[in-house]
Ligand binder design. Structure first.
Ligand code: ADP
Ligand code: MG
Length: 857
């Protein structure tokens, strides 16, 4: 016996941290109340949460100290949950794992009477998780099971493999040892049959069983009571007279660090019925022990272990691969824990108290282990987990330290009396949920082609079909064929020896036997040949199939790739379609915007055009106005110029007259003086009458004037003869063209050969010439350019200067070539200013009478 604390589980080096972990799956199941009027203190508030209400009595006593507490689980199963539903959610994944070589641990926890046994074992018609698990397992692997004793447990928790022949021999041996064959009638009718536990239409099965493996199921059933382990399947002969107390077992660790019960019976079972029979056998034994030893069943833990061994079939798919390293063993432990209530509640005394203490001790250890584990995982500490302090925790050590899936069903009886215990159970359950267990890893797949079993079966079927066609035997042990064969052999002679000196019978016998032996050898040879041919044929067939399969596999992978490409392209197409849709939408919007802008543009253009038209109109109007104004200005200017000239002339005449009068007076005065003077004075010359300006229009001015002396021969000699054609002749002209004048491209140009062209008249030019012409340009009131050719004669004055007497004005009119040219006209005032103001108002066809301009030398 191993006492708690005797030895601690050695610390193993920490596993790499990248291992995937899952928390312990904790489920809660609430059982219905037994009486309808009972007080209920548990309420399911959601599919994962329950709420505990303190019972009325308790609330009153503790003065409201108890609050309403909520606890959450992976899932909560209410009172209406059926066993099937529970199985589907909780145990089915564990069976799947078991079939896929992964370990699992499922236990029920709760106070006595909360439904642990009901959940695990169930009752007739309502089988619990255990019978359902067995049902599913055998439904799944049933047809792929190995022959009995092919897998054989060694005594170190491992499983060995032996060939078919050894297995057959062992079968025969065991069969002969079994004294009395079991018949169903020998079983007690009280045990519910498997069929009673599970409704056939609730049966389920795993869909992912590897058919190229052979399977065997081994079950063991132990009970841990008072920290002792008992084997419930041990076949110890029971002595009713002197009953021996059952022998306890010890725990050991195998090479994979899994704990196991040393020397515990592991029975190979081939069907669910058989497995269940074994279970009932253990149950019965437990019951008997409890009654005989006066124990209470609720204080023991029971562990039912289902071990599944599996090994791959060989390449032919005919036999199991004889390789121990290829044998995979996985196990599922179904544990019905003892009631979790405290000692005082059991009202035990003496040995009972000790038992209860131990029960609680083991559950306490379980609790401590969970706490330490959680702490280590949460805070990264490395505190030692006291697994060894109790058998239960020690047995399942490797589920928490190593790998496996752990699930716990917390059973709750909602009745008021259990409230306080239930609170403790809930706290434990909540804490357990935070513990994480390494997820079992997938085992590597053997390097053999899948589908071997099916191919082998198909081959066998085909073979028997062909043999049948040929009228041959369907199987090798056909008695007809055997008889035929025997009959074909030479008949045995009578071999009765009646006479000791008979020397014929035996030699005859020997001869026949030798002949038979030879025939047998021949047949064997023939058979071997045929078998070899058959074998090679089969191998060929197999290799063909294999190559076909590889081709198929290749094609499949190619197909997969193509599919992927198609999917990719589809998504690409979808993406592009979406893009094109958005672009179309954008184009639409842009088109609409463009239309709007174009409309705007059109209207703006229209407006612009209308404004331009208006502007043109206004401009034309302005031009007209300007022309009118120009005309008016020119007219007015002309008028005023004429007026000015007229006045100046008048003034000049007046002044000349005055001068003349004074001259006269002076002459008269001189005459008087000379008359009155000395005799030296000569006769008086008649006074020379100075020329008076004789222009008609000045006449009235002259009348007003007082008489004045005639100016002293200031009048230039006038040439009365004027011939226009002379301008083209040998006379020399001064052509005065102010620089502001425009060049006009008209044919009506004055032709002045030998002319000296000047922009301003000067002394030198005038001295050389006899004629003078001034080209004066101005803008007429009708917008035309008017060029006046003012012509005159050049005289030499007495003082040595030159004087011009204007004699003729010629006017040329032309349309104004440019608008700005009109402006020049205003500038024309600058150059010949003195000319303009001194110009004589001479008529077009004016004669010699004119105004003379005097230039100072
Ligand atoms: P435990 O094993 O926890 O001591 P049991 O499983 O023996 O409790 O249950 C006590 C009683 O309650 C049994 O008679 C059982 O049939 C009944 N019971 C427990 N759970 C349920 C349930 N979910 N539905 C119906 N009856 C139940
Ligand atoms: Mg029970």
């Amino acid at each position: 016996m191993q006492r708690a604390g005797k030895g601690k589980t050695p610390r193993r080096p920490k596993k790499p941290s990248n291992i995937e972990k899952d928390p312990v799956g904790v489920y809660c199941r609430i059982r219905p109340l037994s009486g309808e009027d009972e007080e209920c203190c548990v309420e399911m508030i959601s599919s994962s949460t329950i709420q505990l209400h303190a019972p009325d009595g308790l609330k009153a006593n503790r003065n409201g100290e108890y609050k309403e507490m909520q606890y959450s689980f992976k899932k909560v199963f209410g009172i209406k949950t059926t066993q099937t539903e529970l199985f589907e959610d909780v145990a089915k994944p564990l069976i799947e794992d078991l079939i896929h070589c992964k370990n699992g641990l499922l236990f029920t926890y709760g106070v006595t009477g909360s439904g642990k046994t009901y959940t695990m074992t169930g009752s007739p018609g309502e089988g619990g998780l255990l019978p359902r698990s067995l049902d599913m397992l055998f439904n799944s692997i049933g047809p792929f099971q190995a022959k009995r004793y092919v897998f054989k447990p060694d005594d170190k928790n491992g499983i060995e493999i032996q060939n078919q022949v050894d297995a057959l021999l062992e079968r025969q041996k065991r069969d002969s040892q079994a004294s009395v064959p079991k018949t169903p009638s020998s079983r007690q009718k009280a045990d519910p049959e498997f069929a009673d536990m599970i409704n056939p239409d609730e049966a389920c099965k795993s869909e992912s069983v590897d058919e190229d493996c052979c399977y065997s199921v081994f079950v063991s059933y132990i009970e841990i009571y008072n920290n002792y382990v008992y084997d419930l399947l041990e076949d110890a002969p029971f002595d009713p007279i002197r009953p021996k107390p059952p022998q306890s077992k010890i725990l050991r660790e195998d090479q994979n660090h899994n704990m196991y019960v040393a020397g515990c019976t592991e029975l190979e079972v081939k069907s669910k019925e058989e497995a269940f029979e074994v279970f009932w056998k253990g149950q019965k034994k437990r019951r008997i022990a409890n009654t005989q030893l006066n124990r209470e069943s609720s204080r023991s833990h029971s562990v039912f272990t289902v071990k599944l061994a599996q090994a791959p079939l060989d390449a032919d798919g005919d036999y199991i691969l004889q390789d121990k390293s290829q044998v995979n063993v996985s196990q599922l432990c179904l544990v019905d824990l003892a009631g979790s209530e405290r000692t005082n509640r059991t009202r035990a005394e003496g040995s009972r108290l000790r038992e209860a203490g131990n029960i609680n001790q083991s559950l306490m250890t379980l609790r401590t282990c969970m706490e330490v584990l959680r702490e280590n995982q949460m805070f990264g500490t490395n505190r030692m987990v006291p697994y060894r302090d109790s058998k239960v925790t020690h047995l399942f050590k490797n589920y928490f330290d190593g790998e496996g899936k752990v699930r716990m069903i917390v059973c709750v009886n909602p009745k008021a009396e259990d409230y306080e215990e239930t609170l403790l159970v809930m706290r434990f359950a909540e804490m357990t949920q935070e513990v994480e267990v390494a997820r079992p890893v997938d085992r590597p797949i053997y390097g053999l082609v899948p589908g071997r079993r099916q191919r082998n079966q198909a081959f066998k079927d085909e073979l028997s079909r062909r043999l049948e066609e040929r009228g041959g035997p369907v199987n090798g042990e056909d008695p007809v064929l055997l008889n035929q064969l025997i009959e074909s052999l030479p008949p045995l002679p009578p071999c009765e020896l009646s006479d000791p000196s008979d020397d014929q019978t035996l030699p005859r016998m020997i001869e026949v036997l030798e002949r038979r032996h030879r025939i047998r050898q021949m047949i064997t040879e023939q058979f071997n040949q045929t078998a070899n041919a058959m074998k090679s044929m089969l191998q060929q067939f197999d290799s063909q199939i294999h190559s076909k399969e590889t081709v198929l596999f290749d094609q499949r992978s190619k197909l997969g790739e193509k599919d992927k490409v198609i999917i990719n392209q589809k998504t690409e197409i979808e993406r592009l379609e979406k893009k094109s849709k958005t672009l179309e939408y954008k184009i639409d919007i842009l088109q609409k915007t463009t239309e709007m802008y174009e409309q705007d543009k059109r209207s703006l253009q229209q407006e612009l055009e209308s404004r331009e038209q208006r502007l043109q109109k206004e401009l034309a109007e302005r031009r007209r106005m300007e022309q009118r104004m120009q005309g008016m200005v020119t007219d007015t200017k002309m008028k005023w110029e004429k007026e000015c000239e007229r006045r100046v002339n008048a003034k000049q005449l007046e002044m000349q007259n005055k001068l003349w009068v004074k001259d006269e007076k002076l002459k008269q005065l001189k005459a008087i003086v000379t008359e009155n003077g000395g005799p030296g004075s000569g006769p008086t010359e008649p006074p020379v009458k100075p020329d008076r300006p004789s222009r008609e229009r000045d006449r009235h001015v002259a009348q007003k004037r007082s008489a004045s002396p005639t100016p002293l021969s200031t009048v230039p000699p006038v040439r009365p003869m004027h011939r226009r054609s002379r301008s083209a002749g040998g006379e020399k002209w001064v052509d005065h063209k102010p620089p502001t004048n425009l060049d006009l491209d008209t044919v009506l140009q004055p032709i002045l050969p030998n002319a000296i062209k000047v922009s301003t008249p000067n002394e030198k030019a005038l001295s050389k010439c006899h004629k003078y012409v001034l080209r004066h340009q101005e803008l007429a009131s009708d917008g035309e350019i008017e060029t006046k050719l003012i012509k005159g004669n050049v005289f030499k004055t007495r003082g040595g200067g030159q004087a011009v007497q204007f004699t003729d004005i010629e006017t040329l009119k032309q349309e104004c070539p440019t608008a700005p040219s009109r402006k020049r006209r205003s500038g024309s005032g600058e150059g010949p200013t003195d000319f303009n103001e001194n110009r004589a108002p001479v008529a077009n066809a004016s004669s010699a009478q004119g105004y003379q301009k005097r230039r100072r030398p």
